[in-house]
Design a protein around this ligand. Structure first.
Ligand code: NAD
Length: 476
């Protein structure tokens, strides 16, 4: 999506990078080394489908190898191009640095509309794409580890992991060549919903800081906040589901590719999701007003706007009409650099993509570590933790008997305290911790420097500073 006179997605990323380095004190030349993409590989390959050979174009871009492996999703969409993949790879470098996952940045994409292909055809295409990448070490547990992105998910990651394992039969860590796999194929509990869960944890952390809430003009907590979500795919669906199911927020609008649904009393996220699965889009769904031009719904009154679909959807053509006082960028690059200026001038607080959607790469990191250690998280400690807790409960029960009516354990205490943490709980705890600490690093810079006007600039400063330190430690 582009508007005349507006920088492209890649130019927007560069512009924001340049604004940040202008107020940093980096050694001469280092900023250029950090900014540029190290390499981008373009592959054109043929697959015999429906009686003829079809040629596909794919990319894998490596932005920075200051840490290896490099990490980043693979996107299946018709609009995929070199510029977009390079911009996304750069964002991955900064994102990984911000949330302290020890990876460089990478990104891949295939120009394809996955909806036009049968499952077995997609499998053939994905396996062939993986073969092309593996031949060039662009998928490998130690060098380059892809993950899902728009248009791909667990199914594609399982095919990729299997194809890599077939090509590297003696590689004991083969499963770590890609993350976002299904649980039975080396995945980790909580990865599917990780990015949406990260959005929830990011918003919870934002609402823990009264000073930040005041900057947006909002008050209170997530309870009752009216939210509009664009894109009810993996990220948007999980974010919406957790925010209304666990934090009592109200989803008043859902924007999809074929229009939008609006209901000020709140939409039933599960029912809308099921409707989309059954019907391919939101059109025809009852219990809501249908708006054909979905982009208009981004401009409706709400407390929080969550763009979770495409880049560039908030741009020079509509930024001035956006009413949300708080926007959290679940998608990568949904706000162009020009729109960013307009929204900042209006006082809108933007929680930037680099931080907001880092839940995916964080849990991918946990999955990669799990694959390398060949053991499920919690397997060694869980029962030991339970038996230590049992000792405490036994003592409390003794006290309970001794004190009679004067004291007793509260209901549920015993069952809750006794249970040792399983993998899902550990993953959630690690993700929550990561999202809290990264937010605090950003806000510390935001509030302590007069020349840092917003969270995005703060995020770039923290991330670039860490990448620079890593290069300097290597002597570059
Ligand atoms: P997805 O393919 O699961 O979902 C995208 C959704 O957007 C779909 O429901 C699709 O129908 C909808 N959509 C497409 N065109 C639209 C339009 N014009 N208007 C409104 N909706 C439209 O993709 P996803 O994995 O949820 O990724 C969404 C965004 O989040 C992307 O920018 C991606 O880079 C980013 N992201 C994803 C992850 C992840 O773990 N999946 C991690 C980090 C960032």
């Amino acid at each position: 999506m582009s508007v005349p006179n507006e920088p492209t997605f890649r130019e927007s990323v560069d512009l924001m990078f340049n604004r940040a380095v202008d107020i940093m004190d980096l050694p001469p030349g280092l900023e250029e080394k950090i900014r540029v993409c190290n390499s981008t590989y373009t592959v054109r390959f043929g697959v015999r489908l429906r009686g003829k050979v079809q040629t596909f174009v794919g990319y894998r871009s490596v932005h920075s190898e200051h840490m290896e492996p490099v990490k980043g999703g693979i996107r299946y969409a018709l609009g995929v191009n070199q510029d977009e993949v390079e911009a996304l790879a750069a964002l991955m470098t900064y994102k990984c640095a911000l949330v302290e996952t020890p990876f460089g940045g990478s990104k891949g994409g295939l120009c394809i509309d996955p909806r036009q292909y049968e499952e077995h055809e997609l499998e053939l295409i994905t396996r062939r794409f993986t073969y092309e990448l593996a031949k060039r070490d662009l998928i490998s547990p130690s060098q380059n580890v892809p993950a899902p992105d728009m248009g791909t998910g667990e199914r594609e990651m399982a095919w990729m992991a299997d194809q890599y394992a077939r090509m590297n039969t003696s590689e004991i860590n083969a499963r770590a060549c890609v993350t976002g796999k299904p649980l039975h194929a080396g995945g980790i509990a909580g990865r599917v919903e990780a990015t949406g869960r990260g959005i929830q944890y990011a918003l919870r952390e934002f609402f823990r800081h009264p000073e930040d809430i005041a900057m947006s003009g909002l008050t209170g907590t997530l309870d009752g906040k009216r939210i509009i979500v664009q894109g009810l795919g993996n990220v948007g669906y999980h974010a919406a589901k957790f925010l209304c199911g666990e934090d009592n927020s109200v989803i008043t609008g859902i924007v999809e590719w074929d229009g939008a649904l609006v209901n000020p009393k709140g939409l039933d996220v599960e029912a809308v999701r099921q409707w989309i699965i059954d019907n391919g889009g939101v059109k025809g769904y009852k219990d809501a007003e249908y708006v054909e031009d979905g982009s208009k719904v981004l401009e409706l009154d709400c407390d929080i706007l969550i763009p979770a679909a495409l880049e560039g959807v908030i741009n020079l053509s509509n930024a001035a009409r956006i009413k949300a006082p708080l926007i959290i960028e679940a998608a990568n690059g949904p706000i162009t650099a020009g729109a960013d200026d307009i929204l900042n001038d209006k006082g809108c607080v933007i929680i930037p993509d680099m931080y907001a959607n880092a839940g995916g790469v964080t849990v991918s990191y946990f999955e990669w570590v799990k694959n390398l250690s060949h053991i499920r998280f919690g397997r060694m400690q869980r029962r030991q933790e339970e038996s230590r807790h049992q000792l405490v409960v036994d003592e409390l029960e003794r006290l309970d008997r001794y004190l009679g009516d004067a004291w007793s354990m509260t209901p549920d205490f015993k069952s809750q305290y006794l249970r040792g943490a399983d993998e899902l709980e550990l993953v959630r705890s690690g993700l929550d911790d990561t999202m809290r600490i990264a937010y605090q690093a950003m806000r510390e810079v935001w509030h302590s420097r007069d020349d840092v006007p917003n969270l995005r600039m703060a995020a770039y400063l923290v991330a670039i500073g860490r990448v620079a330190q890593s290069y300097q430690a290597k002597g570059i």
